[in-house]
Design a protein around this ligand. Structure first.
Ligand code: JFZ
Length: 432
């Protein structure tokens, strides 16, 4: 009985007013930059290189001695994100390899012991605060390195030479110490983005994905909300949100689509976020040239907005501290696009109708934005159209009038040849 009562109390998380305000800010922001960067960038094989190549802890530790990103310029990175129209940055502070990108007292495997010797988390957080972007910290629950991580229940890290039995309570204390540092020494933190929970569960799609060991999330989440009540918590567990979480994420997928079999969870009422790579890699990959086209990236941002979700677009900068031009060009393209079309993305809600093959809808009060993404669409039918009458219908880019017909609750929009943009946005104004 005691246990049940305790669990019930823990499950009753009431977000603070600052947290609710932060959720609203987050939903209005719509577009963020994900940065996967660290010593794992050096081999140019992605952030899973330690696991994928069975690099032992001892050998992997050498990467710390090689990490010296002399061309890194935090101001330039944040400036590039800002010019891309992004409103926040989600930075890897510690990935599965266990390397801490800040001046942590809880582990020697950190940036201060590299030849670079500068707190990268601080440099980027400070610059975000200076340039008016919000900062989120990605933090891995899973660790391929530490002896206290309870590896015996996991399904990754074989061959990396870790001990079989961990010291779970110690590991939880370690994470709490690190999270306390991150939420104490870096100013306002907009969110913590957890990952690695899935290492202790059956894979996605399995009937039972209960973790084999207790992650102590109630305790960890309570600590975060105590230190910074506005701080939003998300967790890449590919499950429905757990108590204490403030937003829900979808990896390499738009909410509810489950295109890759990673996201069986249904979209919830919490703010939503889709994280997506620009090529096929999160961390720097020297051979991955499968870049999405600018049009594909616009489609992702627009369709995410159509679902009422944010797009967290990833870059994996190079080990020298530069962002590769293929990423910078695409970011600049999107920023330029948003200068014209931003009003149909920022501060909007998802459409009354979910995204369709032709495109999708976003809404803001009495204005509806119809995003025509399929250039072959000739006429668009919007069934159960919520406005009784339309005051005006026009192209966002040049105010040109668009022909519409509303009958029996169905709005028919006739496409015209001037609709040649990657996303042709038609503005429909409600007549009240
Ligand atoms: C995770 C990380 O492993 C990956 O490196 C990257 O940071 C991404 C954003 O998040 O991706 C996953 C999540 C779940 C599984 C594998 C990779 N899984 O369940 O096997």
């Amino acid at each position: 009985l005691c246990f049940t009562v305790f669990k019930t109390i823990q499950a009753q998380y009431t977000p603070a007013p600052q947290n609710l305000a932060a959720r609203q800010w987050f939903e209005d922001a719509r577009f963020g930059l994900f940065i996967h960067w660290g010593p794992f960038s050096i081999p140019g094989s992605g952030e899973w290189v330690m696991n994928n190549r069975n690099i032992t802890v001892k050998n992997y530790t050498r990467l710390m001695d090689f990490f010296n990103p002399i061309d890194f310029d935090a101001a330039a990175w944040v400036d590039a994100a800002k010019n891309a129209g992004m409103k926040y940055i989600t930075l890897i502070t510690r990935h599965h390899d266990g390397f801490s990108m800040w001046d942590t007292k809880a582990s020697d495997f950190n940036i201060m012991n590299s030849p670079y010797k500068k707190d990268i988390v601080k440099m980027i957080a400070d610059e975000c605060h200076k340039q008016g972007l919000k900062i989120f910290f990605y933090y891995s629950l899973l660790d391929w390195r530490r002896n206290d991580y309870s590896y015996w229940t996991g399904r990754t890290g074989q061959g990396t030479g870790r001990t079989v039995h961990g010291d779970w309570n110690n590991y939880i204390k370690f994470m709490e110490q690190q999270l306390t540092e991150l939420l104490t020494n870096y100013g306002e933190v907009a969110g913590i983005w957890f990952d690695g929970y899935w290492d202790q569960t059956e894979p996605e799609g399995a009937a039972d994905r209960t973790p084999r060991i207790d992650w102590h999330l109630d305790e960890i989440y309570a600590l975060i909300h105590k230190l910074q009540p506005q701080c939003l918590i998300g967790n890449n567990h590919h499950l429905s949100p757990l108590p204490g979480e403030d937003f829900q994420m979808f990896e390499q997928d738009l909410p509810g689509e489950n295109k890759g079999g990673l996201n069986y969870q249904k979209p919830s009422d919490l703010p939503l976020e889709s994280c997506v790579t620009m090529n096929n890699s999160w961390g720097f990959n020297l051979t991955d040239t499968s870049y999405k086209t600018p049009k594909q990236l616009i489609d992702l941002l627009v369709r995410a907005s159509g679902y009422g979700a944010n797009l967290l677009l990833n870059i994996g900068p190079m080990p020298n501290g530069k962002i590769q031009p293929e990423f910078l060009e695409r970011m600049a393209y999107m920023g330029n696009w948003l200068k014209t079309y931003g009003e149909s993305i920022y501060g909007t809600k998802g459409g009354y109708m979910r995204p369709q093959t032709w495109g999708c809808i976003t809404q803001k009060n009495d204005t509806m934005f119809v995003h025509v993404l399929d250039k072959k669409a000739t006429s668009i039918k919007l069934e159960n159209f919520p406005f009784k009458k339309i005051a005006r219908a026009y192209l966002l880019k040049n105010n040109a009038i668009v022909q519409t017909q509303l009958s029996n609750g169905t709005l028919t929009i006739t496409a015209n040849p001037a609709m040649d943009e990657p996303d042709e946005v038609i503005v429909l104004v409600n007549k009240k």
